[in-house]
Design a protein around this ligand. Structure first.
Ligand code: GDP
Length: 290
């Protein structure tokens, strides 16, 4: 990991350890405080931050640095390993035939992410299709249609049908030539029973290989309840964090990852279909600390 990724104040603190062969408890405390400040500012849940701090402190003081390692490099390696442990690996997404269902509240960025993911898979040489089952939000059909046209991928939706399960069934059939079928679902403004009932019905029809939870980067404490509810109803295999081009750093989504025992799949970084990145730990860590 290059030090540049670490945020300037943390880098400064670590640089003070340069030339030291031993590390004191005060030094470790100072490093840990810097990390805590950045992570809390990025909306990472307090208890996750505390667990991480304890591990860093314990390891930095107890583990013997390998011969020839300076105090600074020793701490840096531990900090990096612990941060990688916090953000996790990228969700495993084999480039093969599969059905992916998106879940999340209204406005979280599902429809946008569906089209972006389809674009992403098409760039990987697969043939994707988006199936729009959101009959709840006015405009969802038109939005999905337009975005998939821009992404130049297959699309199925039915603006005259109000049963999302029927649309899902018809859509899977109509796009059966596609390699990757991405099923967009309706959200609600809040976690309501009818949302959970609906997504369970769609899930039963679609039987997706993967269900991804879409979360706005600005989500804070609310991530926990959402993650739990969706995990209990349909099971969450991965998280998509949208709107990372704004000021929010997406730390709240880590609560969802932790709560569902899942990983992060994609990051959304803008409003167009190309504004999508596959999650990778290093880049995300520098965002969190930056
Ligand atoms: P849905 O209700 O979950 O389907 O949410 P939408 O996909 O309609 O997204 C809600 C709003 O967020 C729309 O205005 C999108 O253009 C916007 N949006 C979604 N993803 C991103 C993103 O990564 N960056 C930015 N800046 N806006 C986004």
């Amino acid at each position: 990991m290059v030090l540049d990724d670490l945020g300037s104040s943390l880098r400064g603190t670590l640089d003070k350890l340069r030339g030291q062969s031993r590390i004191s408890e005060e030094d470790v405390d100072e490093v840990v405080k810097e990390i805590q400040r950045s992570l809390l500012q990025a909306d990472v849940d307090v208890s996750l931050v505390m667990d991480l701090s304890d591990s860093i402190k314990e390891r930095a003081l107890e583990e013997e640095p390998p011969g020839g390692t300076t105090a600074r490099d020793h701490v840096l390696r531990i900090v990096y390993e612990e941060l990688v442990g916090l953000v996790g690996d990228s969700t495993n997404l084999p480039l093969e035939e599969q059905t992916i269902m998106l879940a999340g509240l209204q406005g979280s960025g599902k429809t946008t992410s569906a089209a972006k993911m389809a674009w992403w898979f098409s760039k990987k040489g697969l043939r994707p299709a988006v199936i729009q089952t959101d009959t709840f939000r006015p405009g969802a059909y038109d939005q999905a249609k337009q975005m998939t046209e821009r992404a130049e991928v297959d699309f199925y939706g039915d603006p005259d049908e109000d049963d999302p399960v029927k649309i899902a069934r018809d859509g899977l059939e109509a796009t059966s030539d596609a390699d990757v079928q991405i099923v967009d679902t309706a959200g609600r403004h809040a976690l309501e029973d009818d949302l959970i009932d609906e997504i369970e019905d769609i899930e039963a029809e679609v039987q997706p290989d993967r269900s991804l939870l879409v979360l706005d980067a600005a989500i804070g404490q609310g991530a926990k309840d959402q993650a739990r509810q969706f995990e209990d109803s349909v099971g969450i295999d991965g998280v998509v964090i949208s709107k990372l081009d704004g000021t929010a750093k997406g730390g709240g989504a880590l609560t969802a990852v932790n709560e569902t025992g899942s990983t992060i799949a994609f990051l959304g970084t803008g409003e167009t279909v190309q504004d999508i990145e596959r999650f990778e730990p290093d880049g995300f860590i520098s965002r969190l600390l930056g």
